[in-house]
Design a binder for this molecule. Structure first.
Ligand code: ADP
Ligand code: MG
Length: 231
């Protein structure tokens, strides 16, 4: 009886997870397909701009990021591929990937980046993944006419050198229950979410020896405050 229950619970989780992933992967594929169709129908009109290419590249990166979330949980072994990273550059690149969407939804993006930010020794793919997930959530929380601010600053705490990254949006915010459950696997309030984005963020930041604090108010917005140590 108990085993039966466990089995049906597992199937439920797998079902939800598959539905979330299927949806998140299908959306960007639909966009890419649409653009390719357009290019095919009018190959010599010269109507293809770098803007179109940018959208296609962002959508491919989106699919990649979804797969990356899955791999973060599926792949327990640590692949050490570390380097000295310029977080400002990674953040700017990530925002650029969302530009088509933020422009389309009239979302203003403010970057307040410390030009003398020390480099962080870490895995580029993983840190990119963190920012990708956080900015994606911010865009999804805003829908229309909001703003996102990304700020980096140098910090030293009790003789520990580090960098602080804040990602702030004035979107829908979260209620107490959501705040409490943040980072739990599969916890999502979205009809087609996977509930894995923040879990992977917490995991990656913890692995990097840092921390992430979240504050939010329903109806006013959210703030993700990350601290990463400099080696
Ligand atoms: P998903 O985006 O697939 O739902 P996440 O782990 O990325 O999964 O986020 C979990 C939940 O946390 C979201 O469903 C949402 O309710 C809440 N959330 C995360 N980021 C924000 C944000 N910036 N603003 C409002 N709610 C957020
Ligand atoms: Mg998310």
């Amino acid at each position: 009886m108990e085993r039966e229950l466990l089995r049906s619970e597992k199937l439920k989780v797998i079902g939800r997870l598959s539905a979330g992933f299927a949806h998140e992967i299908r959306n960007p594929l639909t966009t890419i397909h649409g653009f390719m169709q357009l290019f095919k129908e009018s190959p010599d009109t010269g109507g293809v701009s770098s803007y179109h290419y940018q959208i296609i590249i962002s959508e491919i990166e989106r699919v990649n990021s979804i797969v990356e979330d899955l791999l973060t949980i599926a792949r327990p072994e640590k692949v050490e591929d570390k380097d000295y990273l310029d977080l400002n550059e990674i953040l700017t690149h990530t925002l650029y990937l969302f530009q088509a969407r933020t422009d389309h939804h009239n979302i203003s993006v403010v970057q307040a980046l410390d030009t003398e930010l020390p480099k962080i020794y870490g895995e580029e793919k993983k840190l990119k993944q963190v920012f990708m997930n956080l900015i994606k959530n911010a865009v999804e929380a805003l829908e229309q006419d909001g703003s996102i601010m990304v700020e980096t600053t140098r910090r030293s705490d009790y003789s520990r050198q580090g960098v602080r990254i804040r990602i702030i949006d004035d979107g829908c915010g979260m209620d107490a229950e959501t705040l409490d459950k943040l980072g739990s696997p599969f916890y999502t309030t979205k009809a087609d979410g996977t509930g894995l984005g923040l879990m992977t963020c917490f995991q990656i930041i913890e692995e990097a020896g840092g921390s992430m604090d979240v504050s939010s108010e329903e109806g006013s917005g959210s703030e993700f405050d990350i601290w990463l140590p400099v080696e």
